[in-house]
Design a protein around this ligand. Structure first.
Ligand code: ADP
Length: 451
């Protein structure tokens, strides 16, 4: 501007005094400087507005939990400190969210993999969460939306337990038999009342599957009652007949002979029971240690066991034939295999009819060999075939008076011994026709190795 004024003076279009020119120059310079200041001021204002917008946008993203990009400013920028703090808050926040997500996922994985059923019910009696174990135990359809818990739990005793927890605001627990297909499950149901968190988790139902322990307990109770019955009967007979003999019957030679035979028979029963109890604990112990493996003549071993059972065979009028080819050699533990043969042949004889047959045979396979014990006795009903290998289980006879005495330990001993020898057992049986036990063993057994 000063330049234009100067030009005008030089062209002589106007005549100005020196003072006037100075004023004009000063004015022009002032205007010029002020304009520059205004431009700089607005430029700074714009810059700071841009930074504020960027920071604001970043904080909004952080609030929404989104990943925002880092804002980088030169160190001398007035927003440098503030931007660094916002960046730090953002990465700290992201770290926290990451941790929480990880913890949430870990917790979810634990809950989903827990063998305990977990069902969370809110105060509106709606299911908030049910883990896979609950879905499996209660045989549910998976529903993700909250829904009334009675849609999932239909069983009255479990519903009562949950309602009692809501009413009393106290934890409850009870053993419950869940009716389900194909077989019922026994669960220890713990219903926990949550005092602190009233909204989402008012009541937590925990279902522990105790079917196995319960079944074992029942079998042991059965065993105790079976064993005490089996023990009491011969002991009562032995002491009763001994007393009768002492009271004078010993002077009658016929009675003396008859009563002594009864005493002998009953003592044998006692021996059998104590032997079975000792055998099962011994076999269990054998499973824990390395077994002596040796080459053994199978036909000879089979015959030795048959000879031991000779008396029982005569008593039941059952014929046992050993069809194992002479000279068949197998790698095995003689003691365990002898026990297996003895128990199976004894059962084939006992659960048979007069003139029945039991055969012992051998088949060679590629890497294995099979021992087959077959009888044409009373057979085992399909529903009992897997149960006969459970400890203390005995098939109840239709007429209890005719029940063959036993302990329910013979086949569990066989199963345990077969396992100790690295083998497998398979049962084919038909009531009224007979049973076939197929035992398959590996040809090579490593001596002194744990099986
Ligand atoms: P125990 O003979 O002492 O009862 P086991 O464990 O040997 O015990 O057998 C369990 C049940 O299996 C027996 O009570 C019997 O009912 C049935 N069982 C076993 N072997 C045979 C067989 N060969 N034929 C028919 N039933 C059998």
């Amino acid at each position: 501007m000063a330049f234009l004024v100067l030009k005008a003076v030089q062209k002589g279009q106007h005549s100005f005094s020196a003072n006037e020119i100075n004023y004009v120059l000063l004015f022009a310079i002032t205007i010029f400087v002020t304009s520059i200041e205004v431009v700089v001021y607005y430029s700074n204002l714009r810059q700071s507005q841009l930074r504020q917008d960027a920071l604001n946008e970043k904080l909004q993203e952080v609030l929404k939990g989104k990943k925002a990009s880092q804002i980088v400013l030169p160190k001398d920028d007035p927003f440098y400190e503030l931007t660094m703090t916002v960046n730090k808050i953002e990465s700290h926040d992201r770290h926290q969210i990451h941790n929480l997500t990880n913890q949430g996922n870990e917790l979810k994985a634990i809950v989903n993999n827990l063998p305990v059923g977990i069902l969370v019910i809110n105060r509106h009696r709606e299911v908030q969460l049910a883990n896979p174990a609950t879905v499996d135990l209660l045989q549910l359809q998976i529903k993700t939306d909250p829904h009334p818990y009675k849609m999932d739990i239909k069983q009255a005793d479990l519903q009562d337990l949950i309602e009692r927890t809501f009413e009393t605001k106290k934890d409850q627990h009870q053993t419950i038999h869940l009716k389900r297909e194909p077989s019922e499950k026994v669960v220890e149901a713990m219903v926990v009342y949550n005092k602190q968190v009233h909204h989402r988790f008012e009541v937590v139902v925990l279902l522990y599957d105790i079917t196995e322990a319960w079944t074992v307990e029942q079998m042991q109770l059965n065993f105790v009652s079976n064993a005490s019955h089996e023990l009491r009967t011969p002991i009562t007979a032995i002491s009763g007949f001994a007393e009768t003999l002492m009271n004078g019957a010993k002077n009658d030679p016929d009675k003396l002979d008859e009563f002594l035979k009864i005493i002998q028979k009953e003592s044998r029963k006692l021996v059998h029971l104590s032997e079975d109890i000792l055998s099962i604990s011994q076999t269990q112990w054998d499973g824990q240690r390395s077994l002596e493996v040796e080459e053994c003549d199978l036909a000879t071993l089979g015959q030795e066991e048959i000879d031991v059972l000779h008396r029982g065979m005569r008593l039941h009028q059952v014929q046992v034939s050993n069809q194992i080819p002479k000279g068949t050699k197998v790698q095995t533990n003689k003691e365990q295999l002898g026990q297996i043969i003895k128990n199976l042949v004894a059962n084939g004889t006992r659960y048979n009819r007069p003139q029945g047959n039991v055969t012992l045979s051998y088949t060679e396979k590629k890497n294995r060999w099979e021992l087959i014990v077959q009888d044409n006795g009373i057979g085992i009903a399909p529903e009992n075939q897997h149960k006969v290998f459970e400890r203390f289980y005995r098939v109840t006879a239709d007429k209890p008076g005719e029940m063959i005495s036993g302990t329910g330990l013979g086949l569990p001993i066989v199963a345990e011994s077969v396992k100790n020898l690295g083998g497998e057992i398979h049962l084919n049986s038909e009531p009224g026709k007979g049973s076939q036990f197929i035992l398959s063993f590996p040809k090579v057994l490593q001596p002194h190795t744990e099986l």
